[in-house]
Design a protein around this ligand. Structure first.
Ligand code: APR
Ligand code: ZN
Ligand code: ZN
Length: 364
């Protein structure tokens, strides 16, 4: 089958033929329908986050079950499924405590299947599976635990979004920050994930939703998803601008959705008394943000990170499908660019250029 393989940092992905083995016990082969173009893959490509190579990237995907390995009972050939880049083993401490987004069994095996081997290879060369998903490929073999059945099918490109940017963004609002109605929210970084934070804030009836970005186009686009105000961080200090929009107080909830020390500090500084700062973006390895230690205490701020929106894939993803179907999540306007697998480097180039909305790789 054809896959986009990541060999070298800062080099284009190589779209080529690779071999994919049949699913083993507890595994599922999925024919990929669509795969989202998310910045997390870009962090690996730029060497800002480490990953074993060669590897097939792509962690925001959905498709149709092609075949199942021995013992698989929860999905069947023909089912539409969303892939979770943190499969929930259901047995570890994190899973049992309700934090399957941090599953210990997955963390221990990373870009390998649970048995420590790969199903992807090129001749004798093993190829790793990003997040046990690896959906920049025509097919993927994934653990059954990372294969979330969709109750009633939706378009593949929308389903793919529910594999990462929707739970990461909407989940950050609902499950981590737990934004309350009537509050003021500021979102730093309004790309695919940030727009989902904005949609989440709208969903819970935040009174003021301030979009912060360095690009005017992103800010205008964010208005479609519920932003009520915008701040262009390339014009003037975004912290001062958010303070002006909040009567000098700062926002009740701020979200960092780019991934850098500077934007983390900005999100912290624009948060008001007793406010909550939620860091969603993944900064380069080793990045450190300077936080005012006295302000943290005197203003009783809360600073926390959230991974995968603190969502539980197997229960929260089907709920998010329902939210899309009932018109509460505007995924139709979110996925605006479609590419073939051969165009994957172009798709990431468009992300670098700051094209609005989410791109998706679509398969026949
Ligand atoms: N201040 C505000 N916004 C910024 C800044 C800045 N200094 N620098 C970049 N941005 C904006 C970009 O213009 C873009 O709109 O941040 C946005 C990032 O969006 P995408 O590139 O679409 O990235 P996305 O896929 O949304 O991921 C965001 O979340 O899950 C993590 O790993 C992911 O760290 C990444 C983050
Ligand atoms: Zn992602
Ligand atoms: Zn687990």
């Amino acid at each position: 089958m054809k896959a986009a393989v990541f060999y070298e940092v800062n080099q284009p992905l190589v779209v080529e033929e690779v071999e994919l083995d049949d699913p083993k016990a507890g595994e599922v082969m999925v024919k990929i329908g669509a795969a989202g173009v998310c910045r997390s893959d870009r962090h690996f490509m730029h060497g800002d986050a480490p990953i074993a190579r060669p590897v097939v990237l792509g962690h925001e995907g959905a498709g149709t079950v092609e075949k199942v390995g021995p013992g698989v009972t929860s999905v069947h050939p023909g089912d539409q499924v969303i892939l979770s880049f943190v499969p929930a083993c259901g047995l570890c401490k994190s899973c049992l405590e309700g934090h399957s987004n941090l599953c210990d069994s997955h963390a221990a095996t990373g870009p390998f299947m649970y048995d420590g081997t790969t199903r992807l290879h090129k001749g004798d060369q093993a190829i790793h599976h990003m997040g046990k998903v690896a959906c920049f490929a025509e097919y993927a073999v994934v653990p059954e635990t990372g294969c979330v059945p969709v109750p009633s099918p939706i378009p593949m490109d929308k389903a793919a979004m529910i594999g990462c940017c929707v739970p990461t963004g909407v989940g950050a609002v609902l499950f981590s920050a737990k934004v309350t109605p009537g509050s003021t929210v500021a979102v730093v970084g309004c790309g695919g994930v940030g727009l989902n934070v904005i949609m989440g804030a709208k969903l819970v009836n935040a009174a003021k939703i301030i979009a912060v970005d360095i690009r005017e186009s992103q800010l205008e686009f964010a208005m479609k998803f519920g932003a009520t105000h915008s701040v262009n961080a390339s014009d003037r200090d975004p912290v001062a601008q958010v303070k002006e929009l909040t009567g000098g107080k700062g926002a009740d909830y701020t979200f960092e959705v780019f991934g850098s020390a500077d934007t983390t500090k900005a999100a912290y500084d624009m948060c008001g008394k007793r406010g909550t700062v939620t860091v969603v973006g993944i900064a380069p390895v080793g990045a450190e943000a300077a936080i005012n230690a006295v302000d943290l205490v005197r203003n009783e701020k809360t600073l926390r990170g959230t991974y995968y929106g603190s969502a539980r894939s197997r229960t929260d993803m089907p709920t998010m499908v329902d939210m899309y179907q009932s018109g509460k999540l505007n995924l139709d306007d979110l996925v605006v660019r479609h590419y073939s697998l051969d165009q994957i480097n172009e798709a990431y180039g468009d992300m670098d250029k700051g094209e609005v909305g989410r791109g998706a790789i679509v398969f026949d």
